[in-house]
Design a protein around this ligand. Structure first.
Ligand SMILES: Cc1ncc(COP(=O)(O)O)c(C=O)c1O
Length: 365
């Protein structure tokens, strides 16, 4: 089976994790927690990073840190993994769904403004599959209406927009280190920001708002959360981050070969290339049009029969049971590409032969 996206564990992961085990520093404090935060912030060229137990927690923490809560509306695409939306719901806020762009699969910024109401407090752009939302236009809208921008950059570590990394373009950016992500800690997440107050508050909230009295007793002035990542996992994160440039280069080289081999296939649409966006190609994705020789679902089946793991695009969250009846704009493109999109194998370790095999199957060779 050619897998969809598996981790690459070839660096100092064993060494650093062993160090935690050998020294007993396995829990939520330790040098690797500090190092992972510092080095992740440095990589992204931001002031601060706060590590969390997963990406969903990072998103929830970001929203709470910004003071968003009960009844506040947050504009989010329906074409996303449900975590983006659940993070809004967990804090009593209200997701308002916006459509996506057909050429890039991410939030259509032209459709955001009409969804803003007096209750809107934030916009959550989600850079799905590695492509960046048009952040200059989005930030201009946010500024005009005095809204926060929380980037869900969980699928776009290393993507750049006008030379700046995804996740650094709003008030707070959030990442996931789930097993299928560009770097992984098994499970994990990170929140990044250039705002020192937000970073301080997020760290405080993520650690049960713990402060220590003179005599060593623990005090808590607010209801906090245990969103911390253990040192053991942070050790893996530090090792993974050491190799991020290699991982991104491999993904981009793989995407180039996919592009070459698929560009002339009738009925297959490739994602748009734009000079100002350097896609990290977390998951290389295509659309299957009506003039392709078989349907999208038939192609998924054929890929499976040939030992190739692929995945259909996200189902629209606004149509899922917990969110049915939510406020949303026109969902025309979301509905369309949800039925047409396929994520193809995108592991760092994917070989040229494997990419050729996938493309040959698509080309029916
Ligand atoms: C778009 C998106 N948002 C949020 C998440 C949540 O991350 P996690 O699984 O680490 O909680 C993921 C990944 O799983 C994701 O793909």
């Amino acid at each position: 089976m050619i897998p969809l996206c598996v981790p690459e564990i070839k660096g100092n992961e064993w060494k650093y994790i062993k160090e935690c085990l050998d020294t007993n520093w396995v829990s939520s404090v330790g040098k690797f927690v500090d190092r992972f935060e510092e080095e992740f912030a440095k990589y992204n060229e931001v002031n601060s990073a706060v590590v969390t137990m997963n990406g969903t927690a990072a998103l929830q923490l970001a929203l709470i840190t910004l003071g968003i809560g009960e009844g506040d509306e947050v504009i989010v695409p329906s074409m996303t993994f449900i975590s983006s939306v659940n993070a809004i719901k967990y804090i009593g806020a209200v997701p308002v769904f916006v459509d996506v762009d057909r050429e890039t699969f991410v939030m259509d910024v032209n459709k955001v403004e009409s969804l803003i109401s007096e209750k809107t407090k934030a916009i959550m752009p989600v850079h799905i599959y590695g492509y960046s939302v048009e952040m200059d236009e989005l930030n201009a809208i946010a500024q005009k209406y005095n809204l926060f921008v929380v980037e869900d950059a969980t699928e776009a570590l290393g993507t750049t927009y006008k030379g700046k990394l995804a996740g650094t373009l709003g008030d707070i950016g959030c990442f996931s280190f789930n097993g299928n992500k560009t770097i992984t800690t098994g499970a994990g997440g990170m929140l990044i920001t250039n705002n020192d107050e937000y970073a301080k508050r997020a760290k405080y909230l993520s650690n049960q708002t713990k402060t220590i009295k003179k005599n060593g007793a623990m005090d808590h002035e607010e209801i906090g959360y245990n969103f911390r990542m253990p040192n053991l996992l942070a050790a893996m994160g530090v090792a993974q981050l050491e190799n991020i440039d290699n991982y991104l280069e491999a993904k981009r080289i793989n995407a180039k070969l996919y592009d070459e081999l698929l560009k002339d296939v009738e009925g297959i649409t490739l994602i748009k290339k734009a000079n100002h966006i350097n896609n990290s190609y977390w998951l290389y994705s295509i659309l299957v049009e009506d003039n392709f020789r078989i349907t999208r679902d038939e192609l998924l089946e054929v890929l499976k029969e040939n030992g190739i793991q692929s995945r259909p695009f996200f189902l629209p969250v606004h149509n899922m049971k917990p969110y049915a009846g939510s406020k949303c704009g026109s969902m025309e493109i979301t509905m369309d590409i949800s039925n047409r999109g396929i994520n193809l194998p995108s592991s760092v370790s994917l070989t040229k032969e494997e990419i050729r095999k996938v493309c040959d199957v698509i080309r029916n060779k």
